[in-house]
Design a protein around this ligand. Structure first.
Ligand SMILES: [Zn+2]
Length: 177
């Protein structure tokens, strides 16, 4: 994150690539390519520059003030909208009793951390029946991370099962007491 923020300030570097060497005559030229317009996700406020999505509050305000952007749905919000499930995490066992709020807080904290790196990491929905908690995520990697985080923090049993082609992961975490 830090590296990105530095890289894209000041403003003019958002729209123009830096000076590059022309291989043909070995001299420096400013390569005049089409400026790439910045995008802001209307759902979550993530920013995209040259197809990379990230969060930067200050840069977002700057872009809104400049008017040099378009609104576009980020991959995370698009997946949530389309309910494109990449991962399913199932929590079960007697340990859950009375601890649902605590566990959900830990999971949402993990989501925030993952989203800072990759806005495509979003929880699509969470269903809690009291005995089980089911979390569906847009990103399979994210479901795996949540499972590993639970195992690390609360021990218990963890199973991670990838479907063929690795497009969907099912994560089972359980602890009896
Ligand atoms: Zn978004």
């Amino acid at each position: 994150m830090k590296r990105l923020q530095q890289e894209y300030q000041p403003m003019r570097r958002i729209f123009y690539r830096p000076r590059q060497i022309d291989a043909e005559d070995g001299k420096y030229h400013i390569r005049k390519e089409e400026p790439s317009l910045a995008r802001i996700c209307s759902g979550c406020g993530a920013i995209s520059l040259e197809k990379r999505w990230f969060f930067d509050k200050a840069l977002k305000e700057e872009l809104i003030n400049s008017g040099q952007f378009e609104y576009e749905c980020c991959p995370g919000c698009a997946a949530v909208e389309a309910e494109e499930v990449g991962g399913v995490v199932l929590l079960s066992g007697g340990f859950l009793e009375g601890r649902t709020d605590e566990l959900l807080k830990a999971i949402q904290h993990e989501e925030e951390e993952l989203r800072a790196d990759n806005p495509a990491s979003m929880i699509i929905n969470i269903a809690s029946s009291g005995e089980n908690i089911v979390i569906r995520t847009a990103n399979p990697f994210m479901a795996e991370r949540i499972g590993k985080k639970l195992k690390k923090a609360y021990d218990g049993e963890l199973a991670i099962i990838w479907s063929h082609e690795d497009r969907l992961v099912r994560v089972y975490w359980s602890r009896e007491e």
